[in-house]
Design a protein around this ligand. Structure first.
Ligand SMILES: [Zn+2]
Length: 274
């Protein structure tokens, strides 16, 4: 059994384990799937495994992280000097070319502690074309020890030239029962609350974990669903008021619309909640 400490996603983990077993790790992987399902977490676990020194041969990456060696602990705490994180700055619309240039200068340097120089880029679909073209140079001629771990919600938004140079690792929504049992067993959530959170999580373990840690997320999601349920019977004025309010939600709007789409799809299962 693997010990990647991840709920579900066996298929995705197997793609990575096969590469590790054959000692044929590629220079770039793209973790693709819906929001909050654990793409960045799986990328971090893979980085941890690539740098782990607790396997049978400390010079070779094991098939799963030991979670105990100094290297594993540093990756888990986000302070390993050879694991670099890149994402869109909160005040910007895109991942910028300056960030990719910094990546390139870091990737040209020798690793400080580990055997790999790892770059985790979250939200590749948020990288502008200029920056993506710049990154292409690194994908075409990577330094031997460099591994790029990219995440995206939508591979269709990436340049075909980028897609052709990465190994795709598709990730899918979990089932409600997978999430429910994980919440009960790993997070010690009571069965009733676990059932409610699992139903509202719509397949996203990451969202479920955040929801049990923050009560307001659950309340917010229930309020969003209540708004949706009332809309079909509402008049034009009320509908425009809701549209107006949504337009001020910024980054949240995508999540709200996705939730509503899923709700319509799964309405027969979820209707009892509202
Ligand atoms: Zn380790």
């Amino acid at each position: 059994m693997h010990n990647w400490n991840i709920v579900g996603h066996e298929h995705s983990i197997n793609i990575l384990r096969r590469a590790l077993a054959a000692q044929r790790v590629r220079h770039a992987y793209l973790f693709a799937g819906p929001e909050h399902i654990g793409k960045a977490l799986l990328a971090r676990r893979f980085a941890q495994t690539l740098l782990c020194t607790g396997g049978p041969d400390p010079h070779v990456a094991p098939l799963y992280p030991c979670n105990a060696c100094l290297s594993c602990r540093k990756v888990m705490h986000g302070n390993h000097p050879d694991v670099h994180y890149i994402s869109r700055p909160p005040d910007k619309q895109f991942i910028l070319i300056e960030q990719v240039r910094a990546l390139q200068s870091d990737s040209a340097r020798k690793t400080l502690e580990g055997r790999r120089n790892i770059f985790i880029i979250e939200g590749m679909h948020e990288m502008n074309v200029q920056a993506a073209n710049c990154l292409l140079k690194t994908l075409e001629e990577p330094e031997p020890d460099v591994v790029l771990l990219l995440t995206t919600t939508d591979p269709g938004l990436l340049l075909p030239t980028i897609l052709s140079r990465v190994q795709q690792v598709p990730m899918h929504l979990l089932t409600t029962s997978q999430i429910k049992s994980a919440l009960e067993q790993r997070w010690q959530v009571e069965p009733e609350e676990a059932a409610l959170v699992a139903a509202l999580a719509a397949g996203r373990m990451g969202w479920a974990v955040q929801a049990v840690e923050k009560d307001e997320m659950l309340e917010e999601r229930q309020a969003q669903l209540e708004t949706l349920v009332k809309l079909p019977a509402a008049g034009k004025v009320q509908r425009f008021e809701v549209a107006q309010r949504l337009s001020t939600e910024g980054d949240k709007i995508r999540g709200i619309l996705e939730l509503w789409l899923l709700w319509w799809r799964d309405s027969r299962e979820l209707i009892w909640l509202c």
